[in-house]
Design a protein around this ligand. Structure first.
Ligand code: MN
Length: 233
């Protein structure tokens, strides 16, 4: 038994549908601009870019139903509804044809973003972390095991704020499919069990305010609801 000088941090985890057990989170990878209409609304040409990635800390995960305080140091706090892929079997240089066998399950995610910080960083050639990797920035609903739902490659993805539809697209509109994303990511990083991949958001991203209720739904996966609370003292 290792003797730690301070108590070790708790293992971050996400819920599993119809189970008391939870899925331990190791790392969070996110794909940037993976729907053409969203790439265009962010001022980029979707046709010329290979996929790129950014990360969030594992302990940024937040369960369905939570209240997330309006985060500090932003005046433009955005929702991004996304399909989340949970890796159950690790690997390097995973072949695209074999990549889905590495998936444990799928969940609905909301890649919360301090858009003003992200765009300022982009402008200045600085890292995106302050825009993307802040506390409680990774909403993740219950994971649905592949054994129960298979591999969703199409189906509606929809985000509502206070009941009004803000994003509405189909998973088949992903520029880079889930098998492609896993194969490409595993060339740069050895994937490990517990890794989550946020697969990108459709067009329609927008701002949230304290008091807003943000719901993301994906066909066959149900929905995930987050309430934005007042800023913390
Ligand atoms: Mn995103």
């Amino acid at each position: 038994m290792t003797d730690f000088v301070i108590p070790p941090p708790p293992q971050p985890s996400v819920a599993v549908a119809n189970s008391e057990a939870r899925f331990p989170v190791r790392r969070i990878f996110c794909v940037g601009r993976n729907y053409a209409a969203h790439a265009r609304e962010m001022g980029r040409d979707p046709d010329r870019e290979p996929p790129f990635f950014f990360t969030k800390p594992a302990d940024a995960v937040v369960d369905d139903g939570a209240i997330v305080p309006y985060p500090p140091e932003t005046a433009n706090f955005h929702f991004e509804g996304e399909l989340v892929v949970a890796i159950g079997k690790g690997g390097r240089n995973i072949a695209e044809a074999d990549s889905l066998s590495h998936v444990w399950g799928y969940a609905i995610g909301n890649d919360l973003t301090r858009r003003d910080q992200q765009l300022a960083a982009r402008e200045l050639g600085r890292p995106w972390d302050w825009g993307k990797a802040f506390d409680r920035s990774a909403i993740c609903g219950p994971l649905h095991p592949v054994a129960a739902i298979g591999h969703p490659a199409s189906g509606e993805i929809r985000t509502e704020v206070n009941g009004a539809i803000r994003q509405q697209a189909d998973l088949k509109d992903l520029i880079w499919s889930i098998p492609e994303v896993i194969a490409i990511l595993s060339r740069s990083m050895e994937l490990r069990p517990g890794d989550l991949i946020y697969s990108g958001t459709p067009a329609g991203v927008g701002a949230l305010q304290s008091g807003d209720i943000c719901m993301v739904a994906i066909e066959r996966l149900g929905s995930v609801t987050t309430t934005i609370g007042p800023p913390e003292d």
